[in-house]
Ligand binder design. Structure first.
Ligand SMILES: [Zn+2]
Length: 271
């Protein structure tokens, strides 16, 4: 049963079925997921909890519900890869809300971040993932969330990207995948997206941000190729119905990398 834990055995922490369902039901990436896949995701999340240590800042009490929320979202990325893809670090630090850390540590050392200042999340090369719980919670709030925005998926995509060094938008690819195809898909889409964000930015004063809101993925993806990969990963799992028509080659590469097809899941679910 625990064979997927691999060589470094960690004691899995079973997740109660009721807790699992209440924590994961609202997530967009759960739409259309087959019961057997959801069950595998729950087991994977339980392995995640056994391997990672959570700590809250500013007196934040990390509840079992919060741990399951983070574990489920982190685990969706590695559902077909294995929890070992998150080996090599162990700490998840949760702030009550967005945070503005001292910026003595600069990007060249491996720090990446989701928003400029304050930040919703951060992933360190070989170090912790840091999350704003306010942003984590927003993802499951149907009234408050922005579809396609998911800080946990974003930061854990950076973690996968960091498996072969500084986050540059290219995680280690599987045998059978071509680096040239990946680069072609991503660089073409990134250039196009940066152009679209520039145009939407230029119109912002006139249209009140309407063009920015209509972009198929979060405009933050135009910050760098590394951010584009993280933002595209958010969209891949949360809003594949928007990502695939806009950037089909990127969708195709992500489908091969994650070994999942969220759009097919949606179609199977009839929506
Ligand atoms: Zn980022």
């Amino acid at each position: 049963m625990f064979g997927w834990l691999g060589k470094r055995e960690a004691k899995a922490e079973p997740i109660d079925a009721g807790l699992w369902e209440s924590a994961t039901l609202p997530y967009l990436f759960m739409r259309g997921m087959a019961a057997a896949d959801a069950e595998r995701l729950r087991e994977l999340a339980s392995g995640f909890l056994a391997r990672k240590h959570f700590s809250g800042t500013h007196g934040l009490d990390i509840t079992p519900f919060m741990r399951v929320q983070v574990a489920a979202q982190a685990s969706i990325l590695v559902l077909e890869l294995g929890i070992e893809w998150y080996d090599g670090w162990s700490e998840v630090i949760v702030y009550p809300g967005q945070f503005a850390p001292e910026r003595e540590v600069v990007d060249e050392t491996g720090v990446v971040h989701l928003v400029n200042d304050p930040m919703a999340g951060e992933a360190w090369l070989g170090g912790p993932v840091i999350l704003s719980y306010e942003d984590v919670a927003m993802t499951s709030d149907e009234d408050a969330r922005v579809a396609g925005y998911n800080v946990v998926i974003h930061e854990f995509a950076h973690k996968l990207d960091m498996l072969n060094g500084d986050p540059n938008g290219c995680p280690p690819l599987h045998a059978g995948m071509a680096l040239a195809a990946w680069r072609k898909a991503f660089s073409g889409a990134y250039d196009d997206f940066c152009r679209r964000v520039d145009e939407a930015d230029a119109r912002e004063e006139d249209d009140g941000g309407a063009a920015l809101a209509e972009l198929p993925i979060d405009p933050y993806g135009s910050e760098s190729p590394g951010e584009f990969f993280a933002v595209a990963s958010e969209a891949f799992f949360e809003t594949p119905e928007l990502l695939e028509p806009a950037y089909p080659a990127v969708y195709g590469q992500l489908r091969e990398f994650y070994r999942q097809d969220p759009l097919a899941r949606l179609a199977a679910a009839g929506g």
